[in-house]
Write a protein that binds this ligand. Structure first.
Ligand code: C5P
Length: 400
């Protein structure tokens, strides 16, 4: 499965080769890719959206002005979702519109709005392909970094012979694999990772917790797995699916998380503490639900300190390469560097949770990463993209 978990947005424009697009979706999925399909108006003259919906397992997107689609995965989300946009077949007309920078329908708009690589599989009559206008458009697109895969030469549906045949689905899958290949930067490395919040019980029905969604930790687990690591994820309560190939151990409280980590840390090369562990827990857990009483307008809770899990890992005589997180609202760098030293970390990733749209619960984040004698800034991006960059940075320092 060379495309496991890769997100490929397949654009289909109007050309006879569109009949091969359904096969292409099947072959991409064989390799583990998640595929979503976007069709142009004219593509639907050649193949039905129903066919593509059936093979991809998702409704086909085709309109920029569809309120229902925009309420679900809107066009900007779709543009951000993709790891790769592949347009197959790419017609002469579509390429002309792209070369002109038009956003006249969903597919051309996505190409402008995406941070992902765009690849085109041109398919058209050989005379249209060789036309100076088409060749000029291809040159323009290539100069902007758009990949051109094909075309092949040979006999065409119209009876002509020459360049303009779309590459076969399997050849396109191979190009996708090469394009999205992840370097196995963490091959052979055992990673232990904490993620999510902890819950500190007050009584059988109530607890103290925090706003962590676990999204950043889960994205790191997935990115590390993609990079070849053997990943164990110790997770607080979150509403997220376990990334493929990752072993997950569910815990609730900080004490349980501490125990789960300390019993496994001896066997790991790399430890990442991404969990938002509650610093304190109620001194006593009431055996029955605490009742409110008529004469008590106030209530005082006695709290005791929880174990600092990452500091305990940092204090080990034979400690793994240890990476912590710092969620701060002010003086981010100063607090992060202080934590790096105090907890004996090898690296710390700090996020400024006072910024709207990043950090806790958000889908996007930005990180400032510090280590002894250096730092790097990972700018605002979706958490999976950010996690992949962070994993590459960690791998580099772990190996050096
Ligand atoms: O001190 P602070 O909680 O801000 O430090 C954050 C870092 O320490 C994170 O990596 C977090 O996972 C870890 N931590 C921990 N155990 C605690 C508190 C924080 O492992 N009790």
């Amino acid at each position: 499965m060379r495309l496991a978990d890769k997100r490929i947005l397949l654009g289909i424009s109007g050309g006879i080769a569109a009949y091969k697009s359904a096969e292409l979706v099947r072959r991409l999925k064989d390799q583990g890719a998640e595929v979503r399909v976007v069709m142009t108006r004219s593509a639907k003259e050649f193949i039905t959206p129903l066919t593509l919906q059936a093979v991809s397992g998702h409704p086909v997107a085709d309109s920029l002005l569809d309120p229902a689609a925009e309420a679900g995965m809107g066009h900007i989300e779709l543009a951000k979702w993709a790891d790769l946009i592949l347009i197959a077949p790419a017609s002469a007309n579509l390429m002309a519109r792209m070369a002109a920078g038009m956003a006249d329908e969903l597919l051309t708009t996505l190409c402008l709005a995406t941070p992902a690589q765009v690849a085109l599989a041109p398919a058209m009559n050989q005379q249209m392909y060789l036309n100076a206008a088409t060749q000029a458009n291809l040159k323009t697109l290539a100069s902007r970094g758009i990949l051109l895969w094909g075309p092949d030469s040979g006999s065409q549906a119209c009876g002509d012979v020459g360049p303009g045949r779309m590459l076969d689905p399997l050849a396109l899958v191979e190009r996708c694999c090469q394009q999205l290949a992840v370097e196995p930067l963490l091959a052979g490395v055992t990673l232990l990772l904490t993620a999510g919040p902890t819950r500190e019980a007050l009584d059988p029905v109530r607890y103290i917790s925090n706003h962590s969604s676990g999204k950043m930790g889960y994205a790191i687990a997935r990115a590390a797995r993609e990079a070849g690591a053997d990943v164990t994820l110790v997770s607080g309560p979150v509403a997220l699916a376990t990334p493929q190939g990752v072993e997950r151990i569910d815990v609730e409280s900080a004490q349980q998380m501490h125990q789960a980590v300390m019993s496994r840390v001896g066997a790991c090369d790399l430890f990442i503490g991404c969990a938002a562990v509650a610093d304190y827990r109620p001194a006593q857990v009431a055996p029955q639900k605490i009742k409110k009483s008529g004469d008590n307008d106030q209530m005082t809770l006695a709290l005791v300190k929880n174990p600092d899990i990452i500091a305990a890992v940092g204090a080990l005589a034979e400690k793994p390469f240890t990476v912590g997180f710092a969620a701060e609202t002010v003086d981010v760098e100063q607090y992060a560097l202080d934590k790096l030293r105090r907890k004996r970390l090898d690296m710390i990733a700090a996020n400024d949770v006072s910024q709207a749209g990043q950090g806790f619960n958000a889908d996007d984040n930005a990180l400032a990463v510090f280590w002894q004698g250096g730092q790097a800034t990972l700018p605002l991006a979706d958490k999976l993209t950010l996690a992949r960059h962070l994993v590459a940075l960690i791998a580099h320092h772990y190996r050096s």
